[in-house]
Design a protein around this ligand. Structure first.
Ligand code: UD1
Length: 359
């Protein structure tokens, strides 16, 4: 029997592997093996997603933990090399743009094991983002490139990738959203007012810089004077706020929470008045849900969320953020449409391509 290994490691990977795992189970008689690198390890950054998404326990856990990019990438490579040497897979699938993605792809490329990259071709064109380096390198050494939108195809072709490797399949993260929205928690169970902003922040460009993080925190405090702010805080951001000795607002209208599981988070997201974020996945999920999204970044590797969807980039301009929130509160919000192929069936398209590839 053929063997297919999936590699995941960080929070956004888990929503992407789930529908692909299921679609392959239905379409192919391949043995599937799940490898978790341990890049994220806290219960609420990892385990809670396995429960919410119904993912099987990983077959291999590499336990790499945190560290510098070099340390983390090297540990994943060393651990994953051991796994693939024993398992000898026929194909490895990697997801998204985290360190686990590029590390696993590089191991496979050197061992001549075919690699498929799910969420290929996205480009912010900003090489100061660690994820942009991961995207560029992973795509250059992958054999199958599954793109979520046509800009991904254009980027890959511009970079000289053989078009025969590229498959426009749509967005697997939206497959998970479509499947699990009916199971999302009752938004009423959170005891929130009708209107609130849901905030997530974790990009180094926002949270590792004292001046920037201070300005963001001050602006969130200001926004919370007229709109309840709910802020599930990423461990990196919590750590930086402590390191920089910054004070978060203590008022009732500013609710700090631990990072949330998937079913709770999508419930809060679908009912929110506005999402304020620097996440990639949330730009996509808000576009699908029709929720206004204000992104605290100068660029995005997901431009369809701006051209087609509800996303607006506010960059580092906190006054612009404030004005946009006011506009949304006045009912003046950007209308969006759902990009092509974000229809809940992307993983089935991937399984069809894999069927042909492996046979
Ligand atoms: C990583 C990804 C990023 C992704 C994000 C989603 C890379 C380069 N970055 O960023 O693309 O958007 O995940 O969350 O792969 N920590 C914990 N518990 C954990 C994990 C991390 O406390 O379970 C803390 C550690 O102090 C760690 C810090 O968070 O040093 C940052 O974690 P890391 O995995 O390096 O990067 P993220 O910021 O999570």
């Amino acid at each position: 029997m053929m063997k297919l290994v999936h590699v995941v490691g960080a929070r956004p990977n888990f929503m992407k592997v789930t529908p692909v795992w299921r679609a392959i189970s239905k379409r192919l008689s391949t043995r599937q093996i799940l490898v978790h690198t341990g890049q994220h390890y806290d219960v609420n950054m990892s385990e809670v997603f396995f429960t919410d998404l119904g993912l099987p326990e990983p077959d291999h856990y590499l336990d790499v933990g945190s560290g510098s990019h070099a340390e983390q990438t090297a540990s994943i490579m060393t651990g994953f090399h051991g796994v693939v040497s024993r398992v000898k897979p026929d194909l490895v699938l990697v997801y998204g743009d985290v360190n686990s993605t590029v590390a696993a792809a590089l191991v496979c490329a050197k061992l001549l094991i075919p690699v498929g990259h799910v969420e290929a071709g996205l480009r912010s064109l900003d090489r100061t983002m660690p994820e942009e380096i991961n995207r560029l390198l992973t795509d250059q050494i992958s054999d199958l490139l599954f793109t979520p939108s046509s800009d991904g195809n254009e980027n890959l072709i511009r970079e000289g990738v053989n078009p025969a490797k590229i498959h426009l399949v749509g967005n697997v993260m939206i497959d998970t959203l479509v499947q699990l929205l009916p199971k999302a928690k009752d938004p009423g169970s959170f005891g929130l007012p009708e209107k609130y902003a849901l905030v997530t922040l974790h990009r180094p460009s926002n949270v590792d810089d004292l001046t920037m993080l201070r300005r963001i925190v001050e602006m969130l405090a200001q926004i919370s004077e007229r709109l309840k702010v709910v802020f599930p805080i990423h461990p990196r951001t919590r750590q930086r706020i402590a390191d920089f000795d910054l004070r978060l607002p203590g008022s009732e209208s500013f609710q700090l929470r631990e990072p949330m599981g998937y079913l709770g988070f999508i419930s809060l997201l679908q009912s929110s008045t506005v999402a304020i974020t620097d996440s990639g996945g949330i730009q996509e999920e808000t576009t699908f849900l029709g929720v206004p999204c204000l992104t605290l970044r100068e660029n995005t590797e997901r431009p369809v969320t701006v051209t087609d969807g509800t996303n607006q980039l506010v960059g580092k301009d906190m006054n612009l953020l404030c004005r946009k929130v006011d506009q949304i509160l006045e009912g003046d919000q950007k209308e969006g449409k759902i990009p092509p192929l974000w229809d809940g069936h992307s993983a089935e398209r991937i399984a069809n391509v894999l069927h042909d590839f492996l046979n």
